[in-house]
Design a binder for this molecule. Sequence first.
Ligand SMILES: Nc1ncnc2c1ncn2[C@@H]1O[C@H](COP(=O)(O)OP(=O)(O)OP(=O)(O)O)[C@@H](O)[C@H]1O
Length: 402
Amino acid sequence: MMVRKAASPIFGGRALMRHSAISVTGLRKAFGSQVVLDGIDLHVPPGTIFALLGPSGVGKTTMLQILSAQLRPDSGEVRVLGHDVATEADAVRSAVGVVGQCTVGDGRPDARVGACISAAPATVGTVSNGTMPTVTRAAEAMLTDPQSTDPRWAAPQSANPKPIAPISADPLKASLMLVDPMLTGEQNLTRAAALHNMGVIAARHRVADLLEGFDLREVAQNPAFTYSEGTRLRLDLAMALAGNPHVLFLDEPTAGLVPRSRHQVWEIIKRLAANGVTVFLTTQHLDEAGHLADHIAVLDRGTVTAEGTPDELKRLAPAGHVRMSFTDPGQFEMAARTLPTLMRDDNAFVLHVPTTGDQRSLKALLDQLDEALIDVDRLTVHTPDPDDVLLALTGRPHAFAR
Ligand SMILES: Nc1ncnc2c1ncn2[C@@H]1O[C@H](COP(=O)(O)OP(=O)(O)OP(=O)(O)O)[C@@H](O)[C@H]1O
């Protein structure tokens, strides 16, 4: 799939805003005595991809839930599209899409389900029996008879609401909608479109566009539980985009995907940003953040420990080196005097010489050895791997998934 520059009906194309799409100042959140976010400042320009990179359990989901108005911050100011998440949660929720882990039920962290999407509060704001969000007659009609063009079902969305799926008694979470695995892809998308205040005809067009744009046409009539992980994620993304959101939140979007699906999802994310959608994603993978994001923030121990473009963060990583070992102490001494060294081990007769690892710098180094008539016993090239980079960024080795 190619990244498209032009605005499309599926991938947004909203006018860019001059100010931050997301701005976070002094955000703090604790669960009991556990401080998870301890004074976070972030600013995400519109139409860009922002990656929050961090090891498991560091607070990425918590952050995403606060930004998408699913969870209240303890303190600090968080604005999404200019709306304060604490006081204008409905406005935030109706303007964003969410795909990720939702905490539902009693809110315990282990009560996790798969993907969820946000929906316009105007249509699902009512909570039936205190536990169920509602959909409208229009959505119900489309679900029971997808071919229906009965104009009655285009009636105002508030008419005779009917509960469809238990999600949460918490009004904060009542505007979230989950993929129903027993419904087909088309039915799930129809449900999502209907929740965004669309009439039947508009919703049907939207569903057709989304099925096409996310390569779901072939499986549209199959129940979602039959979908592969990659197809399921494409359905999640399509559902999150049903309301044409300005901002899309993705919680570890490619976790568990095979490489081919992962690359397909990356292309979709890039296409969305190219069409003006601001994407905020969390990831444990440096390569994913580096591949996708315009800007990366590394979250560790409650704070942002490093932040910048992928290139800026890579520059924080330790340099590569060539490891040279010698059997002759005289040759070792001569090499140590001749070459720039990062490290010397006088007991093992080992030198580490800096290199970028490319052909030109390696050839220059070998030429230098030849000219000085230095005999190296053994020579190996070490370029920084993700562990080296993450160690430099967090001070913790093996902290991230690979
Ligand atoms: N509702 C909650 N009640 C109590 N503790 C919570 C709650 N939600 C999250 N936590 C705790 O807050 C910490 C951060 O969790 P969070 O899910 O935000 O991390 P994460 O970086 O997204 O992790 P992962 O990558 O594994 O999803 C964890 O220690 C978690 O147990």
